[in-house]
Design a protein around this ligand. Structure first.
Ligand code: NAP
Length: 251
C-alpha cells in the first residue's frame, strides 16, 4: 500500500561515505521511512564500509549491496538481487551518487585519468539507470505520474555557462560531469513518456573527502536541502540542473 512517503524504495550508489551515507542516514530517519533503502557500495567488506554496516544494523530497511558502477557485471548482479527483493514492487528513486574527482590541470591529466573519470561519472550512472529501468518503469506504473525519479549527482564545476575560472582546473572531473549532464538530458527525454523524472543535482560544495574541509556546507545541511528538493520535484524539473536549494543552474 502506498504511504505519504513518496519514496517507497530507494537506491543510493556510493553510499558508504560522504553524501551517499548521509542520504541514507536521513532517509532512514524520514517519517515514514522508505520501505526499502538499497545501499550500493563497491566493497561492503572493506573498512571503508564500516559506518554503512553500523547504520544498516540500526535500520532494518537498509539493505547493503555490492555495486561497483565501473563494473557492468556488478551492476547487473545488483539489479538482479534488488529485483528478487522487490518482487512486483518498483524502484521509486535512484540516486546516482557515486563519483570520483581525480583533479588535475592540463599538465597533470592523462588519458587514463580521463577515461576512468568518464567511466565512473558518466557511463556508470547511465548503465545503472539502464539496469534498473524495469524496476523504475514498474514504480512509475504503480505510482502517480512523475513520482519516480532518477537523480544524477552532478556539479556546478560541469557548467559551461557558469564557468568559474578561479576554481580548480580539474579537466577529468568537469568534462565527465558535463557528460553526465547530457546523460540526464537524454534520459529525461526518453523516460518522460513513461512518467519518470530525471534531474541533475549539484549538492553544493560540501565537507566530504571529495569536497575537503574548507567547504562551506556540512553533509547534513546539503542532504537536508537535497531531500527537500526531491519532495517538490515535478514535471517542470524534468531534464533540468538544480542545486541543493532547488535553484536552477545554467548548463
Ligand atoms: N563534496 C562536494 O563538494 C561535491 C560537490 C559537487 C558534486 N559532488 C558529487 O556528489 C557525489 C558524492 O560526493 P562526495 O562528496 O560524497 O564524495 P566522496 O566523499 O569522495 O564519496 C564518493 C563515494 O563514491 C563511491 N565511489 C567511487 N567510485 C565508485 C565506483 N566505481 N562504484 C561505486 N562507488 C564508487 C565511493 O566509494 P569508495 O569508498 O569505495 O571509494 C564513495 O562512497 C559525487 O558524485 C560528487 O561528484 C560533490
Amino acid at each position: 500500500m502506498q504511504t505519504a512517503q513518496p519514496f517507497r524504495s530507494v537506491l543510493v550508489t556510493g553510499s558508504n561515505r560522504g553524501l551517499g551515507l548521509e542520504l541514507l542516514r536521513q532517509l532512514a530517519q524520514a517519517e515514514p521511512p522508505p520501505r526499502y533503502l538499497f545501499a550500493g557500495c563497491r566493497d561492503p567488506e572493506s573498512p571503508r564500509a564500516q559506518d554503512l554496516g553500523n547504520l544498516a544494523k540500526r535500520f532494518s530497511n537498509i539493505e547493503v549491496l555490492k555495486l561497483d558502477v565501473d563494473d557492468f557485471g556488478s551492476i547487473q548482479e545488483c539489479a538482479d538481487q534488488i529485483e528478487k527483493i522487490l518482487e512486483n514492487d518498483g524502484l521509486n528513486l535512484l540516486i546516482n551518487n557515486a563519483g570520483v574527482n581525480y583533479g588535475g590541470a592540463l599538465n597533470e591529466v592523462t588519458p587514463e585519468i580521463m577515461m576512468n573519470s568518464y567511466r565512473t561519472n558518466a557511463v556508470g550512472p547511465m548503465m545503472v539507470t539502464k539496469a534498473f529501468l524495469p524496476a523504475l518503469l514498474r514504480a512509475a506504473r504503480l505510482n502517480d505520474k512523475f513520482k519516480t525519479t532518477v537523480i544524477n549527482m552532478s556539479s556546478i564545476m560541469a557548467s559551461m555557462e557558469q564557468f568559474d575560472s578561479t576554481s580548480a582546473a580539474a579537466y577529468a572531473y568537469r568534462i565527465s560531469k558535463a557528460a553526465l549532464n547530457m546523460v540526464t538530458k537524454c534520459l529525461a527525454n526518453e523516460l518522460k513518456p513513461h512518467g519518470i523524472l530525471c534531474t541533475s543535482l549539484h549538492p553544493g560544495w560540501v565537507q566530504t573527502e571529495m569536497g575537503g574541509e574548507k567547504a562551506p556546507l556540512t553533509k547534513e545541511e546539503s542532504v537536508r536541502g537535497i531531500l527537500k528538493v526531491l519532495l517538490t520535484l515535478s514535471e517542470k524539473d524534468n531534464g533540468s540542473f538544480l542545486d541543493w536549494r532547488g535553484q536552477r543552474l545554467p548548463w
